[in-house]
Design a protein around this ligand. Structure first.
Ligand SMILES: O=C([O-])CC(=O)C(=O)O
Ligand SMILES: [Mg+2]
Length: 202
């Protein structure tokens, strides 16, 4: 699975030929954050983080929490939950919602991707769902789907796709490496991609 991260979200996404990218508002909260692993989907009522506490207990080591927090500007997650999650072997967090304590999260090197950074906290009252299918943007996320998240964004793959997507992604990377070499030798992308045939434009 680590090879998916080495190839990177953009290459794997293109190779997958699927609509598997989560909304672009989900951004890493510290430079260099990246994670790959099976998803544990979670949904919360807006401004309620009880399901996240439940998820930290429920998670299997290596799982990535993928949370529908309705993009609400609340600090659903911070240093305390990060330390708790690391103690349980949780691999990372992707949340459509806010997080806080981000300097500490960066120092702890826990990969977090969120739609905002937010100071106000949450209530703990609605149990929400843990382990049930959620939808973020146009993408359904089920437990065990493979999450790949890096500086470019977050994609979610059905595990059954991996056997075909991996070779396609490797091939794409090899082609790009060849193109880069030709560009360094002085060729133009207009020629490499055959773009002259599309006309000169205005
Ligand atoms: O307290 C909370 O609910 C969120 C938070 O800041 C932490 O986990 O440190
Ligand atoms: Mg805190």
């Amino acid at each position: 699975m680590n090879e998916l991260l080495t190839l990177g979200t953009a290459t794997v996404y293109e190779a997958s030929k699927r609509d598997c990218v989560l909304p672009h508002r989900l951004r890493p909260v510290w430079a260099g954050a990246a994670v790959v692993g099976p998803a544990l989907p979670v949904s919360t009522a807006a401004g309620d983080n009880l399901p996240l506490h439940r998820a930290v207990e429920e998670a299997m080591p290596g799982e990535v929490l993928v949370v529908d927090g309705q993009d609400a500007p609340h600090g659903y997650w911070g240093e305390v939950l990060t330390v708790a999650a690391q103690r349980r072997g949780v691999a990372g967090l992707v949340i459509d919602g806010g997080v806080r304590d981000i300097e500490r999260i960066g120092e702890l090197r826990f990969p977090v991707f969120s739609s905002s950074v937010a100071v106000p906290g949450t209530v703990k009252s609605d149990p929400g769902t843990v382990g049930e299918r959620i939808t973020l943007g146009r993408v359904a996320v089920r437990r065990g789907d493979i999450v790949v998240a890096d500086a470019d964004g977050v994609i979610v793959l059905d595990p059954q796709w991996i056997d075909s997507v991996l070779p396609a992604a490797r091939a794409r990377q090899a082609t790009e490496a060849d193109h880069l070499e030709r560009i360094r030798r002085g060729e133009l992308t207009m020629d490499i991609y055959g773009l002259r045939a599309l006309g000169k434009g205005r």
